[in-house]
Structure formats: structure tokens, C-alpha cells
Design a binder for this molecule. Structure first.
Ligand code: ATP
Ligand code: MG
Length: 474
């Protein structure tokens, strides 16, 4: 049934059924108790009347039903009454009786003699809608005199009828009042559920960090809320990964795509020899492969899948990698008339994910180029300390303020100066965050020394290969 899909209607329905059962039971009990009370009353009445006759009987043995009836009517005002005085002679086995009745069907009251009774004991029984009593008034010389009375039973009494009507009318009214109260209470009880629904509705992709406050929630739905909050945690985490992947990927694809486009556009400007076309296509192929690798590695990086990332760790010759990266960046640098000089290169075998390490070094170099003035020099060099190689990239550009320095690795953080640069050069503030993420995976440390207006020095501390393998395996 559709109605049972609503928890509130379901509760109200069960409450109504329970109430109908309780109210009916209670009404039946009240009615039966009242009925029994009336019946007891009638017995008492019959007894009182019977007892009332005893003194009269003692005074004058010859009692007439009519006299008794008149007297009782005067005294008690009871009109519908059947009185019968029975004389029973055991010896001759004769029964004489005299009766007076204001009840219909007097013939019904052909009352059997109660032989069981002791003197003055009363015997009650029902005859159709009448209650009958029989009392042994006299028992001597084989003669027994019974005084018998019959009164209409109270089943049809207006009191009982009134009670019945009241109960029949009151029950639905009480039921409606109870349902109204139950409805109010259920609404109040279900209020937290409504609040939870409201909070859930207010959560969207834009505010996935919002959580449902489980403090005021009743314990019964607390578990549901906590489960939902956990689901939101997971969703938020996945959402962050997806959005960081898309921003990281678009950040890193900008340069190679510009290179590919530039090469193709230049090539198409005029007829070329097959060899020239071949050269361009080879360059495009190299860049395309790099794009592909970048996407794969960034995807793993945002998933923080270290196991998968370290699968791509290989022994690399840093002294060979650096000139390769510099030649890659020099086209970009020359557009800004910045020269990238390789200063001091020493043979160094390191253990790294080549694609990612390239991305990191390129980003640092690109910053040095961007934040240097036209015609400036940028140096990249190495030095060797006890357990580490130091890769140093130094520029003489605008520098970073002390206030900005602690935040440059934050995602989307850009120093004010950088922000006010020309729109064509404006970045996203992601470069160093990606660098940091990559270096963390490698367990490389990074240090930035910078003085505003003088320049910036970035130092990457790369553990020597044995040390590196030890760190990664631990
Ligand atoms: P993009 O995402 O395009 O790299 P970005 O260069 O602004 O943008 P980051 O590379 O993360 O972002 O650098 C963060 C901020 O640090 C920069 O906005 C800049 O203010 C400052 N910064 C980084 N490197 C240098 C540098 N060599 N010289 C001066 N400021 C720098
Ligand atoms: Mg940058």
C-alpha cells in the first residue's frame, strides 16, 4: 500500500488501531461494570423490599398481595412490580397463591418455589427481561409461605442506554483527539529527519565540505547521519582529486600543446621538403608522447597511488636530464629574452620518476623565467654534499616577499606582485604546488631563498641513489 511508504501515516495507522482496541475494550468494561452495578442494585432493591415485608407479616399473618403492593408503592414509588404470596402446604401438597402485578405478561411469573432456601433466605433468578426473587417468609406446620417479587431488569434502563450512546459518541471524538495529539507528537519527533533532509538538500558540488550536525540528532538516525557524513568525506576527497587532476593536467598541458601548435603552424606556413615534414612530425610525436605520459603520471599523482607511481621509478642520470630540460625550456625563455645557463653539472645517478621530475624542474625554471626581467640570466647547477645532490636554480628576478614565501607551495597561491603582472603572463598559482607534490612522492626536500627585488634561489635536495632506495623501501 502506498500509504505505508509514509512513516508518519504508518505510525498514525498503528496508533489508531491500538487506540480503537483500547477504547473499545475500555468501553465494554465500563458498560459491563455499569450493567453489573445495576443488576446488583436490583438485587439489593428486591432484598430491601422483601425484608420490608417481614415486620408486616409478623404483625398480621394474613398478608394480601394488594396491600403489600399499595404499601410498597407508597413507600418506594415502584410501580412496575409483580408481587406474589404463595402458601404451600407440604402435607396436603396444595399451593395457593395470590398475586398482583403491574408488569405485562404476568403469566411469566409462575415462579417455582425455592425449596432450597432457609427461612428468610432469598433466591434470585432471571426470567426473560425480569429479575425475580423468592423469599421464604414462614416455615411451620408443614406450611411454607413464599414472598415473591419480580422487577423489570435494568438492561433497558435509560441510564444504560444513555451510557451506551455516550460511549458510542465519545469514542470517535476521543479517537480524533488522540490522533490529533499523536500527529503533533509524530511531527515533532520527525522534525530532526526534516532538518537532516534540509541539510542534505543544501549540500551540492559547490559546498561538499559541509556536514550534517549529528549533535542534536536522535540516536536512532544518528548512525544514518554519520554514514552520510562519511560518504560525503569520500565524495569530497574524490571530488578534490578529480578537480585537482583536471587543473593539474590543464596546467601541464598548456606548454606542450603550445609547442605542438607552434611547430605545426610554422611548418604549414610554406611548402617543406619531406625531410622537414618528417622532422616536425618527429618533434610532434615526442611532445605527444610526453603529453600522454604527463596525463598518466598526474592522474596517479592526484590519486596518491604511490605504489603505482614508484613502479615508474628508474635510475636516471641527472647530469643528462638537466640539459634536456633546459633545451626544452629555452624556446619559452628566449621568447622573453631570458637565458638559462647550465652552471655546474656533476655526474649524478638518481632514482626517480622521470616524467614527474621533469614536470617539477620545468615548473621551477619556468617561474624563474617568468619572474625575471627581459634579458636576465637564470642559472641551473648542481653541487654535491655528503648524502645528497643539490639541484640549484637561481634567478635575478623580482623575488618573493617574506610574507608570501611560506605560502608559495599552496594550491592557487599567487603573490600580489605576480597577480598584478600582465594578464598574458598570469598563472594559476598551481606550479609550485605540483612541484611540492612531486618532490614529496620522491622524498626530496625543497628550499626557496628569496629576496624581494634581488632574486630567488630554489634548492632541491636529492638523496643519493642508495640512500633514496632505502627511504623508498622503508
Ligand atoms: P602557475 O600555476 O602558472 O605556475 P604561478 O607561477 O603564479 O602560476 P606558482 O608557480 O605556484 O604559481 O608560484 C606561486 C607564486 O610564487 C607565484 O605567483 C609568484 O608570486 C611566486 N614565485 C614563484 N617562483 C618565483 C620566482 N622565481 N621569482 C619570484 N616569485 C616567484
Ligand atoms: Mg609558476
Amino acid at each position: 500500500m502506498n500509504m505505508f511508504k509514509s512513516l508518519k501515516l504508518k505510525l498514525l495507522f498503528f496508533f489508531m488501531i491500538a487506540n480503537i482496541i483500547v477504547l473499545s475494550g475500555f468501553s465494554v468494561f465500563i458498560y459491563m461494570t455499569a450493567k453489573k452495578g445495576l443488576s446488583d442494585n436490583l438485587n439489593t432493591m428486591l432484598k430491601i423490599i422483601s425484608m420490608d415485608v417481614i415486620p408486616d407479616f409478623k404483625e398480621k399473618k394474613e398478608l394480601h398481595a394488594k396491600e403489600v403492593a399499595d404499601e410498597l408503592y407508597d413507600e418506594f414509588g415502584i410501580a412496575p412490580l409483580h408481587i406474589k404470596i404463595v402458601h404451600y402446604n407440604k402435607k396436603s401438597n396444595t399451593i395457593e397463591n395470590e398475586s398482583v402485578s403491574s408488569l405485562e405478561h404476568a403469566e411469566l411469573f409462575d415462579i417455582p418455589l425455592n425449596e432450597m432456601g432457609h427461612l428468610r433466605s432469598i433466591y434470585y433468578f432471571d426470567k426473560e427481561s425480569y429479575r425475580v426473587s423468592s423469599m421464604l417468609l414462614f416455615d411451620e406446620d408443614d406450611t411454607k409461605i413464599f414472598f415473591q417479587l419480580a422487577m423489570e431488569k435494568s438492561t433497558n434502563s435509560p441510564y444504560l442506554k444513555g451510557l451506551l450512546i455516550s460511549l458510542v459518541l465519545a469514542n470517535p471524538i476521543i479517537l480524533i483527539i488522540f490522533l490529533f495529539i499523536a500527529n503533533t507528537l509524530i511531527n515533532r519527533t520527525l522534525q530532526p529527519v526534516k532538518e537532516v533532509i534540509g541539510s542534505v538538500n543544501s549540500i551540492s558540488a559547490n559546498n561538499l565540505c559541509k556536514r550534517i550536525d549529528a549533535k542534536k540528532i536522535p540516536t536512532e538516525i544518528n548512525e544514518l547521519v554519520e554514514t552520510f557524513n562519511r560518504l560525503l568525506d569520500n565524495l569530497e576527497e574524490s571530488f578534490k582529486r578529480i578537480s585537482s587532476f583536471s587543473s593539474d593536467a590543464s596546467h601541464e598541458l598548456k606548454t606542450p600543446l603550445t609547442v605542438i601548435r607552434g611547430e605545426v603552424e610554422v611548418c604549414l606556413r610554406q611548402e617543406r621538403s619531406p625531410q622537414e615534414y618528417k622532422n616536425v612530425l618527429e618533434d610532434v610525436l615526442v611532445e605527444t608522447i610526453r603529453v600522454q605520459e604527463t596525463i598518466d603520471q598526474l592522474f596517479l599523482l592526484t590519486k596518491k597511488d604511490t605504489a603505482e607511481l614508484s613502479k615508474n621509478f628508474t635510475e636516471l642520470y641527472l647530469d643528462e636530464l638537466i640539459p634536456d630540460i633546459v633545451s626544452q625550456i629555452s624556446r619559452f625563455a628566449s621568447k622573453r629574452s631570458v637565458h638559462v645557463n647550465i652552471k655546474n653539472i656533476i655526474p649524478a645517478t638518481i632514482y626517480a620518476n622521470e616524467t614527474l621530475l621533469r614536470i617539477a624542474i620545468e615548473n621551477i625554471l619556468r617561474n624563474s623565467v617568468i619572474y625575471s626581467a627581459h634579458g636576465a640570466e637564470v642559472e641551473i647547477g648542481m653541487s654535491d654534499s655528503d648524502k645528497k645532490y643539490l639541484l640549484i636554480i637561481e634567478d635575478h628576478g623580482c623575488g618573493i616577499t617574506k610574507e608570501d614565501l611560506p605560502f608559495v607551495f599552496d594550491r592557487f597561491y599567487r603573490a600580489d606582485k605576480a597577480r598584478s603582472r600582465k594578464a598574458s603572463e598570469s598563472g594559476t598559482g598551481l606550479g609550485l604546488a605540483i612541484v611540492k607534490m612531486i618532490l614529496d612522492i620522491h622524498h626530496y626536500d625543497i628550499e626557496i631563498q628569496s629576496t624581494l627585488g634581488i632574486g630567488t634561489k630554489v634548492i632541491i635536495k636529492i638523496p643519493k641513489i642508495d640512500e633514496q632506495k632505502l627511504i623508498i623501501n622503508s
